[in-house]
Design a protein around this ligand. Structure first.
Ligand code: AMP
Length: 220
């Protein structure tokens, strides 16, 4: 198991850490993670950790990681864990992220989830919950037709969907076993779906309060 090494640059007892939430958003490509993330960020007032965005920035910047990642991204495959963990490790060390954040598109593999757990446990940082945005394949394909992105070509999209089912879907059970998972129907108007998201956030925060704020990603 890979570990995310990190130097804590902010005291654990920061007042913000007691209110800010740390949430993971999981869903297949086209489920609306990006759209819901934008609303969630405004609602929660926490920083955004989107590995997709970080990778696209690395590709644009033509960094070594970006060049390597691009080979996988253009095929609709997941970028290998070591590259992802290196990027995420840097971002998680930023003081703003230590007191709460929205993890969008990360973790996407069991290895990434375990590395994240290691990081959270090492620094006694809680994970408040995991939201799955569920949308069936038929609807995803329908949405694909109206989107225009390079990685939305039908073949690449199908590959991305395969990667999701094979490598990311097992995480749902991983988090469900700990009572951290809530599944939301991702079909409907953006605001309608966001209302469902907000209900789930309330349940996370009630659970966190009743556990005295000690709900941890590593707790089994
Ligand atoms: P996204 O914008 O989150 O859909 O990500 C776009 C692409 O970046 C994905 O299809 C993957 O190739 C890659 N990617 C993003 N996040 C991850 C991750 N956590 N692990 C592996 N690959 C990722």
């Amino acid at each position: 198991m890979e570990r995310l090494a990190c130097v804590v640059t902010q005291p654990r007892s920061s007042p913000r850490a007691e209110v800010a939430m740390r949430i993971i958003l999981i869903g297949p490509p086209g489920a609306g993670k990006g759209t819901q993330s934008q609303r969630l960020l405004r609602h929660l007032g926490v920083p955004h950790l989107s590995t997709g965005e970080m990778l696209r920035e690395a590709v644009r910047g033509r960094t070594d990681e970006g060049k390597e990642a691009q080979k996988f991204m253009t095929q609709g495959a997941l970028v290998p864990d070591p590259i992802i963990l290196k990027l995420v490790e840097r971002r998680l060390q930023d003081p703003d992220c230590l007191s709460g954040c929205l993890l969008d598109g990360f973790p996407r593999t069991l290895g990434q989830a375990q590395a994240l757990d290691g990081f959270l446990q090492d620094h006694a940082i809680p994970l408040h919950g995991v939201i799955e945005l569920r949308v069936d394949d038929g609807e995803l394909m329908h949405r694909l037709i109206s989107r225009r992105r390079q990685d939305d070509q039908p073949d690449i999209f199908r590959q991305r969907l395969n990667s999701y089912y094979q490598q990311t879907q097992p995480l749902l059970e991983y988090y469900n076993r700990r009572g951290l998972l809530e599944t939301i129907d991702g079909i409907g108007a953006t605001e309608e779906v966001f209302e469902r998201v907000k209900k789930v956030l309330n349940s996370f925060s009630i659970r966190d309060q009743s556990s005295g704020g000690h709900q941890s990603a590593g707790a089994t």
